[in-house]
Design a protein around this ligand. Sequence first.
Ligand code: OGA
Ligand code: NI
Length: 360
Amino acid sequence: MATEELHSQCAGYTLPVPNVQSLATSLDKSSQIPERYIRPEAKVDPVAHTNEIELPVIDLAKLIDPEFSKQEAAKLHLTCQEWSFFQLVNHGIPEELIKGLKADTVEFFNKPLEEKMAYKQNNDGDLQGYGQAFVLSEEQKLDWCDMFYVMTRPIAIRNMKFWPTSPSTFRDNIDRYSLELTKVASCLWQYIARNLGAAPEVFAQLFKDHPQGMRFNYYPPCPEADKVIGISPHSDATGFSMLLQINDEQGLQIRKDGKWIAVSALPNALIVNLGDVTEVLSNGIYKSIEHRATINTENTRISLAAFHGPDNSIMLRPLPEVVGDGKPNYGSMSYQEFMKAYFEQKLEGKNILDMLKIQN
Ligand code: OGA
Ligand code: NI
């Protein structure tokens, strides 16, 4: 597919980097890790010294049940304002599907490197495939993580070249999971729209065809786990993301009130976090939140992040329904331009969103 036809959510450049899974396998407990992975900030960033905090729970079954809907929608609004992060339970995705997808993902990453490299990124302006993202210079520090990224929707954008044929059920499970997530997303958008005082149709239009990308993150253990970072601090440049922890290993941290806190989620819950697009649309009533992933010395962690962005052609700006007679807190920019800027920088906090902020 020609670069100019690529969707914003997969268009971007990144330099090829070593495979972290192979590197980790070659190390033993007393090995020193290469300098490029050592992150001084991992030690100095303030971390809240509390135990892991379980994320607030939103129950989708309650949200759609007339008896509980109002109460659960109010809880959703508060949670979006205070946390921007929650775990969604009773989401209706069949357990058998989640189990199959998890097994396929583990099996895929356990394959020999040569087999996975059949799906490696092309480095031709398309971030899909097996590799990394956001690496823009040879000096840049690297994340302790391998990624495998595919665009799943709109269906017309799928490039099956990147969809693994083995395990034999993987493609079908990704496809089914992708569809299930669109149902969950449609439902959540309705309540988020209402909570913001906008008509659900406005959001349905902005997110039409459910643009969706899926990133499988593979975080191997590291003998010097406290010196590395699994995924650099960032906010997601989407409407919202839904993360599934493939092997129920925790490692996600969020920056709340200036400090990093480790969060945990229930098995099979979807960890939802609001992205930059929602922050702008909501005029800052909801904020995207910085998060990162940590590494441990013993176990591999695998997660699957599904990003739900707006239609490629939208203009990103606060919704007039939300701004009302007040002032917009963000300027406007085409979503394509926004994504271009996002992928042209290394992952670093919320710097791209800050460009759009208006100092009122
Ligand atoms: C992401 C992400 C966190 C995790 O892929 O954008 O934030 O816990 N992942 O894997
Ligand atoms: Ni993220």
